[in-house]
Write a protein that binds this ligand. Sequence first.
Ligand code: GZL
Length: 342
Amino acid sequence: MNKSGWHKTVMAVMLVSVLVLICGCGIFSGVAAGETDAYEEENANLVVVGFSQIGSESVWRTTNTLSVQKALTKENGYFLIFNNARQKQENQIKALRSFISQRVDYIVFSPVTENGWDTVLEEAREAGIPVILMDRMVNVEDASLYTTWIGSDVEEEGRKAGRWLEQYLRITNRQKEDINIIVLQGTLGSSSQRGRSSGFVEIANQYTNWHILDQRSGEFTTAKGKEIMEQMLDRYADIDVVVSQNDDMTFGAIEAIEESGRSVGRNGDILILSFDAVKDALLLVEEGKIAVDVECNPEQGMYLAEVIGMLERGEKVEKAYVVEEKVFTKENVSKYIESRTY
Ligand code: GZL
């Protein structure tokens, strides 16, 4: 090969080498690398939160999800990874394991039922990832498996419903009358169902003339609530009270009762005691179809952001944060309806 030919070859090799060098050290892909670096830089300081939500079974649940998404935004310094478990514990466990493998900064979840979480929570602890429970509670041997819990005192919610009924029966001089009660339970084994059931029963057990004829799970949904209420109406001719553990089931129950030819309300055949206090239910309280609605506050996102902020600053947090809640009846509901956003 003559000199010039060799020279050209050397130049070509050098050119290729320079190109490889540029691409290799990322100068060309530097445009991409620049974007990647900028992306990583922009997100480097975000607090990464893995959020496993139970599902979207009720207005309450979708509102709860929205409250978290509104609080944990990128503008507020968060990178939120959201998973909808569609009511299945195995999907929540898979999601938690995925969050662990992604080495998120925090895991937040609302456990669909109380039991079966010890192993995956131990895995999170071994990975050094704090777990924040929101809404529902877990039943674990070792409470150090979660950092804190934000939610409602559901047992007190159950007592509030019972206390309203005892007061109403006293005012209407029916405290000696036999009172036949049906309970539409939420998701069986969930802390909400267990708490509302035990709280109401604590009051009911004080009255030998209160008879809980039957209780079945409507799974916190309108469709299932209606189906179970239809079965109860077929089975029991004389129902005085329905305790429905969330408004979505209540909507279905009222449909079933009215389709059966019976009526609801203080002057009707059946008194309805409900939980959650979503806007459409408050309108039925005002109309007189729901006798009492015990609030369960789904707006927990701001509490969550507060707690994560404290943890980020190395501050001590409480083991539990209980949100404020009211009781709505015809006497007080009207002034709250306008401001209800869900
Ligand atoms: C209450 C929450 C319940 C609501 C339902 O703490 O877990 O689940 O009452 C929701 O509406 O589905």
